[in-house]
Design a protein around this ligand. Structure first.
Ligand code: SF4
Length: 263
């Protein structure tokens, strides 16, 4: 199977895919990667529990009271993110006090963003509790949803899928620095890869996917068209060539790549 992570590695650098998945070289993640994973896990926890939070919110609540409902899941979401990344945190000997501080600051801003969204919805639609939860966090949404598709040979865990009436919209959550406009090429390819999985799973065309750039609290659309799908299948063929023995060359811009020491 070709997994979404394979395609992501390939789009960042084909040689990175080769080192990680063909040569199976294990390297420690960078600090930035671990922080990214922690932010990711925080959002995963809150997405999975947001319906419960919203079900407590009454129309009479002030903005501060809504924020405080979200804050009730501070400890549980922090524990979840830290437990899920415990191995990497230990390897990199990251100071837990620093982690707590950085994650709490991130959560503070995130909760304010979610509370603004809830307050505006309540004020404009006059809905509360179960109805608010149904509107903003419908249980038909899927979080960390795994799809294995034998037809294409593709597989992946999709961060989130929003179902609205008869349409499905895959969402990729990105915690790193966003581009000034639009989305990065690698993110666009991932969004299309996820859309192909969703289309084949639910037998319904996917027209749009979204990249959630959490640092700026912005969801940017990716149009899923035939050209983009062809690009994904072209990448699949390139990956298969590498699997069969082709060695990709080094690229020029290696940035913070964790494979620098072994490449
Ligand atoms: S060090 Fe550079 S060439 Fe090597 S895998 Fe990383 S990004 Fe690619």
């Amino acid at each position: 199977m070709i997994w979404k992570s394979h395609v992501f590695y390939y789009t960042v650098c084909p040689r990175k895919y080769y080192l990680a998945y063909v040569k199976k070289i294990k390297v420690n993640p960078t600090k930035e990667m671990v922080y990214g994973n922690l932010f990711h896990k925080l959002r995963e926890y809150i997405s999975k529990n947001e319906s419960k939070i919203l079900k407590n919110i009454k129309l009479t609540y002030s903005f501060e009271e809504i924020v405080s409902e979200y804050e009730n899941c501070y400890e549980d979401s922090l524990n979840y993110a830290i437990t899920e990344n415990a191995r990497d945190l230990e390897i990199l000997e990251i100071d837990m006090e620093d982690i707590d501080d950085i994650l709490k600051k991130d959560l503070d801003l995130y909760f304010i963003g979610r509370a603004i969204r809830a307050k505006r919805t309540m004020d404009s639609l006059g809905i509360e509790k179960d109805e608010l939860a149904f509107y903003l966090a419908p249980e038909c949404n899927y979080v960390e949803y795994k799809i294995i598709d034998k037809k294409t040979g593709f597989a992946g865990i999709i961060d989130k899928i929003i179902r609205s009436k008869n349409e499905f919209f895959p969402i990729e959550i990105k915690t790193g620095k966003p581009p000034l406009e639009g989305v990065y090429y690698s993110h666009k390819i991932q969004a299309c890869f996820s859309s192909i999985l969703v289309e084949n799973k639910f037998k319904i065309p996917v027209r749009l996917a979204f990249i959630d750039y959490t640092q700026i609290n912005e969801s940017r659309p990716v149009l899923i068209d035939e050209d983009l799908k062809k690009e994904v299948f072209r990448i699949k063929d390139e990956i298969l060539k590498i699997n069969e023995g082709y060695t990709p060359k080094k690229i020029q811009k290696c940035g913070q790549c964790e494979y620098k020491g072994v490449c």
